[in-house]
Design a binder for this molecule. Structure first.
Ligand code: NAD
Length: 302
């Protein structure tokens, strides 16, 4: 069993670290929010006071942080992972961040003698809790093989996507597809509503027809057809509008950097930006359906 330093014990990192504990690893956890570190200790982990303490003596370091700037500072800043980790520690960043930051940090790690993987996830908080996340991994093959058993304790589907940064590339492409699909499904259900077609009937037909997609069958944006979807709990996230917007912005930045036209992705970004501006940034991203209905995203909430 390994000693693992885990930095960022939020909605995703908290349950991921708990699955590592369940698998028998020793997990030294750090979070700037003390309550999150305390919850980690209550689950049987070790809560540390600094990031440097979390990585001391660890064979693996995992980070699960909000955005690129946090990842850059946690790895390369003063008292950061690269300065504090022991020789040869495998560094794994599972946050969703821009491809450029992922590659910059991987180069800095490599220059200091640390192998590094970018390993963002999909599957949300439910997947993090159940240990069924999908990991999209960028980095050298040898580092991937070494990290695999650790990732398997937190996920089910672990794919090596290629060199450093390719995990992040896979993640933003996937989420741009999801962001566009959610709006398409929302429009379909809103049109059905106005045409007098019952949402359940549309679901029964479309979920078995060519309109079928994950946004419909696992995450239906209207209440009823998929009981576990956030629509049934007043759009409580789940995956917040703010997080989806972040990924759509990352996708647009990446598309601009390589000169690729992604007009549907750009439109999805605009619509989710409007949804956030109507006060729904903290709700699930499927709340976009209510904004499209013509009110604020909170229309219809009790
Ligand atoms: P979160 O805000 O709940 O967790 C991030 C944690 O990092 C917080 O607890 C915060 O206090 C901590 N943190 C911030 N700066 C820190 C620092 N310098 N040192 C230590 N801790 C620090 O967010 P989350 O939902 O857990 O998401 C984490 C990452 O996973 C994001 O990059 C997100 O895009 C990605 N992600 C989230 C989901 C989801 O459904 N929530 C799904 C897939 C991917």
């Amino acid at each position: 069993m390994a000693t693992i330093g885990f930095i960022g014990l939020g909605n995703m990192g908290g349950p991921m670290a708990r699955n590592l504990l369940k698998a028998g690893h020793e997990v030294q956890g750090f979070d700037v929010v003390k309550a999150n570190a305390d919850a980690h200790a209550a689950a049987g982990g070790i809560a540390t006071r600094t990031a440097a303490d979390a990585v001391k003596g660890a064979e693996f370091v995992i980070t699960m942080l909000p955005a690129g700037e946090h990842v850059r500072s946690v790895y390369t800043g003063e008292g950061g992972v690269i300065g504090a980790a022991g020789k040869g520690t495998l560094l794994i960043d599972s946050s969703t961040i821009d491809v450029a930051s992922a590659r910059v940090v991987a180069v800095a790690a490599g220059q200091a003698g640390f192998p590094m993987l970018d390993a963002p996830v999909s599957g949300g908080v439910t997947g993090a809790e159940a240990g069924t996340l999908t990991f999209m991994v960028g980095g050298p093959e040898q580092a991937f093989q070494r990290g695999l058993p650790i990732l398997q304790a937190m996920g089910k589907n672990i794919v090596h996507a290629g060199a450093a940064g390719n995990g992040q590339a896979a993640k933003i492409c996937n989420n741009m597809i999801l962001g566009v699909a959610m709006i398409a499904v929302s429009e379909g259900f809103l049109l059905a509503e106005k045409l007098g077609l019952d949402a359940q009937k549309l679901f029964d037909i479309s979920s078995k027809s060519s309109g079928q997609c994950w946004a419909m069958t696992s995450y239906c944006p209207v209440p009823g057809p998929v009981p576990a979807s956030p629509a049934n709990r007043n759009y409580k996230a789940g995956f917040t509008t703010a997080m989806m917007l972040k990924d759509l912005v990352l996708a647009q930045q990446a598309a601009a950097a390589v000169g690729v036209a992604t007009p549907m992705g750009a439109l999805a970004q605009s619509l989710q930006s409007l949804n956030a501006a109507t006060g729904q940034a903290g709700l699930d991203f499927s709340s976009v359906v209510n904004m499209l209905r013509g009110g604020s995203g909170s229309a219809g909430l009790s």
